[in-house]
Design a protein around this ligand. Structure first.
Ligand SMILES: *Cc1c(COP(=O)(O)O)cnc(C)c1O
Length: 418
């Protein structure tokens, strides 16, 4: 689908007068709309709950909007748990899906009363020694082999470090029941950025069958199935969009076919979507600083890979719009680059754009998830501000940009002077 920025040139300029570019901009109306569509798609399941993956967009203002819409959070670390707590979330509003877990992290999750999602069978002992055994426990499943949707191989679970085998899960359930656990959940994340409608129904089918087998093998009460994250977005305009209503209905069909006839029609569906809910509702807004003509033509931005790592790291495509030139003909070809001393610091290579001038404002699309959060400080590049475009059209700074003082703050500078 054609990609249009959710911000106009005038509004972007108005924001930039107060908060210099580059900054990450989030669209509150869009975020709320996506959550509501997700909840509507799963309204057939009374226990349904979304646990937003904090790592995608770890900002308390964003998490609070999601909380208002009825979401919980999925945390993987001590710091993410602290962030959840700061947003007033605890208990069954928090899923703790960690791996290679430090003791303090496990203890914090236990103290907060979070659902603990065990990555390995050895974590029963680890949890018992670290904190204790809660009454509800989730286990992460790794089916091994390859994972396909239709004829397409999506990923190779056998090469993935996450989760445990079915036999191990059965052993864990049996042991945990003896230790007093009453309710169990099962979880799997088998693909990332799976575009289209097929991924969730496929995972749901696998996990529903697994739930029936585990219940039959162990007698455990399975109270939820966590479909985790993994639904993708159309980073490229020509890619299909996920229709979450279709996905919800297809998962319901699997539920009715597999769980309901087994007397498991009370199992709640949980998910931990990050990208699907947030990515389309974020822009990285940047200004053109330089233009150079050598063997190719380069557009140099004030943003760089330290603000958005996906193109440099994965060669990921992010659509780019030139504000004020949205309808102009794409009659130029550019490499759009940042200023890191790394030749992979390129947001786009050989991209068709309208003629770009120094001072133009560019929007890099679909940066609302795994954008700011993957940022880093290479070359002393500082993290940008984050700005929320409110539903009423006003804007709010929800994180200030870093300063050199922030960058140096972990040194003891008593022996140096500036
Ligand atoms: C990263 C992650 C998610 C979110 O993934 P998206 O691709 O953003 O949907 C959910 N759950 C777990 C355990 C994750 O590691």
């Amino acid at each position: 689908m054609k990609k249009t920025p959710f911000v106009s040139l005038n509004t972007a300029r108005e924001i930039a007068r107060e908060i210099p570019t580059p900054f990450h901009l989030y669209d509150e109306a869009g975020i709320r709309k996506s959550v509501r569509a997700l909840k509507a798609a799963f309204s057939w399941n009374p226990g349904f709950k979304e646990y937003f993956a904090v790592k995608a967009t770890p900002n308390p203002y964003i998490l609070s909007i999601l909380k208002e819409e009825g979401c919980g959070v999925d945390c993987a670390t001590y710091t993410e748990l602290l962030l959840a707590q700061a947003c007033g979330m605890s208990g069954k509003e928090v899923m703790f899906s960690s791996n290679v877990t430090p003791v303090e992290d496990m203890q914090k999750a236990y103290e907060m009363g979070a659902y603990i999602n065990l990555d390995d069978a050895s974590y029963v002992d680890f949890m018992e020694h670290s904190c204790g055994i809660p009454t509800s426990v989730c286990c992460r499943y790794n089916p091994g082999g390859s994972f396909s949707c239709g004829n397409t191989i999506m990923d190779m679970p056998r090469d993935s470090k996450y989760g445990m085998t079915e036999d191990q899960m059965a052993g864990v359930f049996t042991r945990l029941m003896k230790l007093g656990v009453k309710n169990f959940g099962i979880h799997a994340l088998l693909a990332s950025n799976a575009v289209g409608n097929e991924y969730y129904p496929e995972v749901a089918g696998k996990l529903f069958h697994l739930a029936v087998r585990l219940r039959n093998a162990t007698g455990a009460n399975i109270s939820f199935v966590n479909l985790s994250g993994g639904i993708g977005v159309d980073y490229r305009p020509e890619q299909p969009q996920c229709d979450i209503a279709v996905v919800g209905a297809a998962v319901q069909q699997k539920y009715m076919q597999i769980l309901a006839p087994e007397g498991m029609g009370d199992v709640a569906i949980f998910c931990e979507l990050g990208r699907f809910l947030l990515a389309p509702h974020g822009h990285l807004v940047s200004t053109v600083l330089h233009q150079k003509h050598i063997y190719k033509t380069y557009i140099g931005l004030d943003a760089c890979a330290a603000n958005l790592m996906r193109p440099a790291m994965y060669g990921a495509y992010h659509h780019i719009s030139v504000l004020g030139k949205e309808e102009a003909i794409l009659d130029h070809v550019y490499d759009v680059v940042g200023g890191l001393c790394e030749n992979n610091d390129k947001f786009a290579i050989d991209r068709s754009l309208p003629g770009v001038d120094i001072g133009d404002m560019l929007v890099i699309h679909d940066t609302g998830a795994h954008g700011f959060s993957m940022g880093y400080n290479y070359n002393g590049k500082l993290r940008s501000a984050e700005v929320l475009l409110r539903e009423d059209g006003s804007f709010q700074k929800i994180r200030r940009a870093e300063t050199p003082e922030d960058y140096f703050s972990t040194f003891d500078f008593s022996e140096f002077s500036f």
